[in-house]
Design a protein around this ligand. Sequence first.
Ligand SMILES: [Zn+2]
Ligand SMILES: [Zn+2]
Length: 389
Amino acid sequence: MVPHPSLIAPKIKLDLIQPVETMGPYELCWCRSGKKYKWCHFRREQQKPVNIYELEAKMIAEFRDGYCSFPDPSADPCSAIITKAHTVQKKGGLAAIAEAGHVLTVKPSMKEMIETDGNPQPRKVGVNNASVFPGFCSRHDTTLFKPIEGKTLSLTKDIAFLFSYRAIAYERFAKEAQLRITYIQREADCGQPFWKQAMIQMQLAPVIAGIRIGMRDLDLWKGQFDQRLLSGARDDFHFVSVRFDQVLPVVACCAFHPEFDLHGKPLQQLGRDGVDFDHVTITVTTFQAQTIVVFGWIGSDDGPAKALAESFAAIEDERKADALIRLLFIHTDNLFLRPSWWVSLPPSERQVLNEMTRSGTIMRARSAGEMADDARSFSSAHVAEIVRG
Ligand SMILES: [Zn+2]
Ligand SMILES: [Zn+2]
C-alpha cells in the first residue's frame, strides 16, 4: 500500500474557545452554541441546574427520534412507521449468542459511568433492543435487507455490499444522534459558577469539533453508498470476508476510519488537514452456526481499508478470533457479547477488553500497541473460508 497522505499531512489547528464573563446581549455567545449571549450564557450561574439523569433521558429521547435513511423515497416511498432496525439480524445473528433472550452491550449509560467512576462493565440488554436504531421505515428495512436476513447466505459482492450499507447507515445515524446529544450536554453547566461553565464548555468544544468532522466524513461515505445502492454499480466496492467453523461469542456492526492494522502498523492519522480519509465497515454475525466477518469499503483496492482487512486475513488461523475480538472492542460500541462467555473470562482479561472500549476517547488515545497481537486468548475457532471480492 502507498502510504496514506494523512501520515505526513499537517495537524488541524484547534481553534480553542475563549470563555468571557460578560458580553453584549446580542453578540454570539462565547460557547459557540450559535445562540445570542442573552439566550445562552447570560446569568447562567442563576439558571436552574440540570439533573444529570433527566439530561440523559432527554438524550435517549433524541436517539429515539428516527427517520428513514433510504436515499430516494420519491421513487420508492417510505411506509409510515419508523422501525427499530437491527444492525445485526435478530434471528440467527443475535439469537446465536443470546442466553435467555439477552446479550451484553458494552455501551454504558451515563448513570453507570458516574457510579463506577468511569469504569462501567458490559450490561444485559434484550435481543429486541440490541443493535437497533430507528434509521429506516419498516418497508425499507424489510425490502433492502431481506437478502441478509435469511437463514442461509452466500458471500457475493451484492451481499457484502448490503452489510456495509447497513453499517454506514447506522454509523451516520448514530453520529448525528451523538452530535445532538453533545449539544444537550452543553446545558450541564446551568447554575454553576463561571469558572466551571468555562471548564465544561472548553472540554465539550473539541469533542463537538471532532464529531462534526466525523459527521462530514459519514455524510460523504453514506452518499457514495447511496449512489451505488440505487445504481447497482459495485466496481469500486471491495470486501474481504472470513467464515469461522463455529459461533464466536460476539456480534457487531460498525464503520470507522482505520488507523492501525492488526500488526500495529499506522494506516491513517486522524485530525490532519486537507486529506480525504478512507473508511472500512465491519459486520460480524452468524449464519447456520458459523460466524461470518465481512470487511467492506468503497474506494481503493490498495488503501487503508484493504490493509486492515488483509492484516486480519494474514493472522494465523488460531489467533484470528482473538484479533477480531480485540479489533471490535477497540473500534465499536455496537458490539454484543454472549453473557456466559464474558463471565467466564478471567477478571484481568475482562479489564483489558473493557479498557479497550475507551480507545479513541479523551480517556485513552488510539495506539499501535493495542491493535497488535498481545498473545492474550479470549476465544478460539478455525477458519472455514476466506472470500475476497
Ligand atoms: Zn453560551
Ligand atoms: Zn423508508
